[in-house]
Design a protein around this ligand. Structure first.
Ligand code: FES
Length: 79
């Protein structure tokens, strides 16, 4: 899990490639900055289907990466 445990809304451009950080170690959340080296985890590459704001997962526990599915709310409420 990353320090940013909530939804991260970012602007994307249609047709542009993005590398979503899957390991949680990037200091440039929600995107990969290479900090995953040695973890065995690789970033998830996706191409934006439209230009505009997208809600990306910050907790890294989403079941529909790279998009937020609300899982961070369950994590936050765990005892
Ligand atoms: S820094 Fe997390 S996947 Fe690259």
């Amino acid at each position: 899990m990353s320090d940013k445990v909530e939804t991260i809304t970012v602007k994307v451009e249609q047709g542009k490639k993005y590398h979503w950080c899957k390991c949680g170690k990037s200091s440039n959340q929600p995107f990969c900055n290479g900090a995953h080296k040695g973890t065995g985890i690789e970033p998830l590459t996706f191409v934006a289907s439209a230009t505009g704001d997208v809600m990306l997962c910050g907790c890294k526990a989403t079941k529909s990466p790279p998009f937020c599915d609300g899982t961070h709310i369950k994590l936050r409420n765990k005892p």
